[in-house]
Design a protein around this ligand. Structure first.
Ligand code: OFO
Length: 177
């Protein structure tokens, strides 16, 4: 059984994961309107992953006798300055998510809730990957600068990365059945 404190903290995290999904979805849609199909595929996949993070939390809270609340969400931005600005924003956002996950882990320790602590380790590892990936992409975009052909190849690579990620998450879903 979850304590009120842990249950509330997990529900706050549900809001954050849902907002991440919505935010990345808005970025994906904008990128698609700019003809950046690779970037948009990557972001659509990323938005789906965030939704999966939210779902995983909802199911866990419910399994532990709490109630995973599906939150209302704020309208995300509709336009973005550039692809670089998007990925810088993602990196900033993921750093914030990591801090929140760490906070959550801290609460479970204080509450002596070792089951939730164990469950959260998946998120701890996931954040290492997400931050590293965002950082890597921002570095690439810094190298490209204003080079249009560089951006063309970047977009193509992002499309390939999106296909690989989609394949990976299919495998993950199969494995968790
Ligand atoms: Fe859910 O990891 Fe990003 O936000």
């Amino acid at each position: 059984m979850l304590s009120t404190k842990v249950s509330e903290a997990l529900n706050t995290q549900i809001i954050l994961e849902a907002s991440s999904s919505q935010y990345y979805l808005a970025m994906a849609s904008w990128a698609e309107t700019q003809g950046l199909n690779g970037v948009s595929s990557f972001l659509y996949t990323h938005a789906d992953e965030e939704r999966m993070h939210m779902l995983k939390l909802i199911k866990f809270v419910n399994e532990r006798g709490g109630h995973g609340v599906v939150p209302a969400l704020k309208q995300p931005p509709t336009t973005f300055k550039s692809v670089k600005a998007i990925f810088e924003e993602i990196l900033k956002h993921e750093i914030k998510v990591t801090l929140e996950i760490n906070n959550l882990v801290d609460i479970t320790l204080k509450e002596k809730d070792y089951t939730t602590h164990n469950f959260l380790q998946w998120y701890v590892s996931e954040q290492i990957e997400e931050e590293a990936l965002a950082r890597q992409i921002v570095d690439k975009l810094k190298l490209i600068g204003d080079d249009k052909s560089g951006l063309y190849f970047f977009d193509r690579d992002m499309g390939t990365m999106a296909e690989d990620e989609a394949g990976e998450s299919k495998k993950e879903k199969k494995g968790s059945k």
